[in-house]
Design a protein around this ligand. Structure first.
Ligand code: UDP
Length: 408
């Protein structure tokens, strides 16, 4: 076992790594390609950053390709994202044309790699048309939807499904997200990498460095939400919850830590709204972090007493997993993938309103023993369910099934 695999074995158990080696053995030397639309920002990039090296370590020749486009393309795909999450968006013909043309343009460069690949995962709607643009593909192609698509706006799904239906399979984070499709759909929740800078253990000095860096008072409680500035993450709801908490716990501090994703054009507008809602409250710290601020986020999660993910819609919510891995109780919006992770009252609390969030925060701040217990439960829950060794095992199993099916 290589040093890297040994490190995974230490955290996830040797058994988990041995299973991965067994599944990867028949795929040794096979060409595996992941395609998404951003290398930084957001959960998909976060997963691929560590999963691709792990797959290569297991002997699968894995690459990560990123499609790029102009403004109209990202406006269109953000519209699709919001539409899949249920917003009644109206995406103009002009934007759809930009979407199709951008995919056609990217296909010109990607076609040789994709047609030659043995296994392809296309992540989310942005690159979904690529399959239709690679007529000589020889491998198995799977569409991975990371979005809460439980109640998509019908015109958006109808448009997208014309591309998705031709894939060999698709997979979603939750059963609720499955759609009417003519192929098998699998359920594979995402994961975090316990060895990444975002999640690894840090020295006490590294952890404490964020107090000075962001003018936080180490003696007073901190509540934190880490998220892109996106309305579905409900940063305004977090500020409302903070204001309720402040009435009973005046010493509370709030940190909203976020950055942009290159494929998310709405971030600046939402950030403006958030700053306006925060006003001149010196205890609200709105941070705009660079895309590589992994250790900073890791440290912020560790200095926080309570972590929120007050999303109104959430495909999965890696920030929830990350917080749980730091042994923190988490208060999450009662939606989508957050429900899969927070076992209510055991690993955290599910809430529907800012007031509900505030009540739970106050309850926990007044009960440090409960906070500690929930944090321990949360970390173990992640170890059992949401590490990338489990995630990759399920992905490799999926492709093994597809390979077996085509042999019979
Ligand atoms: N993230 C980050 N910097 C930020 C905001 C978020 O590195 O400023 C990371 C966060 O730690 C998590 C991922 O981006 O790993 C967000 O994934 P999640 O599934 O929570 O939400 P998404 O952005 O994909 O909707």
């Amino acid at each position: 076992m290589s040093e890297l695999l040994k490190s995974y074995a230490k955290v996830a158990g040797e058994d988990a790594v041995v299973k991965l080696q067994q599944l990867a053995a028949p795929m040794k030397g096979a060409k595996f390609v992941h395609v998404n639309s951003t290398r930084v920002g957001g959960g998909v990039a976060e997963i691929l950053m560590k999963m691709v090296p792990l797959m290569n370590e297991l002997g699968i020749d894995t690459s990560w390709e990123v499609i790029t486009g102009e403004d109209k393309f990202y406006q269109c795909t953000k519209g699709m994202h919001n539409g899949l999450q249920g917003d009644a968006v109206n995406i103009s013909e002009d934007l759809l044309k930009a979407y199709e043309e951008t995919n056609a343009k990217n296909a010109e460069t990607l076609r040789p790699i994709l047609e030659d690949a043995d296994y392809v995962i296309i992540h989310d709607p942005q690159p979904a048309p690529l399959l239709s643009l690679c007529p000589k593909r020889k491998g198995k192609w799977v569409w991975r939807c990371h979005i809460d698509a439980s109640k998509p706006h019908p015109p958006v799904w109808n448009y997208l499904s014309q591309y998705v239906k031709d894939y060999d399979a698709s997979f979603f984070s939750l059963a609720d997200y499955a759609q009417q499709l003519p192929h098998t759909q699998y359920l594979i929740p995402p994961s975090i990498d316990p060895l990444s800078e975002k999640n690894m253990d840090l020295d006490q000095s590294e952890i404490e460095s964020v107090y000075a860096e962001f003018s936080l008072d180490a003696e007073r409680p901190i509540m934190l939400q880490v998220s892109r500035y996106d309305r579905f993450k409900d940063p305004i709801g977090v500020i409302k919850a903070y204001k309720f908490v402040k009435e009973s716990v005046p010493e509370i501090q709030l940190v909203l830590a976020g950055g942009g994703a290159t494929d998310d054009p709405e971030g600046e507008e939402v950030l403006r709204e958030v700053k306006e809602a925060a006003g001149d409250d010196k205890d609200i710290h709105i941070l705009l972090l660079p895309p590589d601020a992994h250790k900073t986020i890791n440290a912020l999660q560790r200095v926080s007493d309570i972590i929120l993910q007050k999303s109104l819609k959430e495909g999965f919510g890696l920030t929830v997993t990350e917080a749980m891995w730091k042994g923190k109780p988490i208060i999450g919006g009662n939606t989508g993938g957050i429900r899969l992770q927070i076992v209510n009252h055991h690993t955290g609390f599910l809430v529907d309103t800012p007031e509900g969030a505030a009540l739970r925060i106050i309850e926990l701040l007044q009960n440090p023993e409960k906070m500690r217990e929930m944090g321990i439960n949360a970390k173990e829950y992640v170890r059992e369910n949401f590490l990338n060794t489990r995630h990759l095992r399920e992905i490799l199993s999926l492709f093994t099934i597809l390979d077996d099916q085509s042999k019979t």
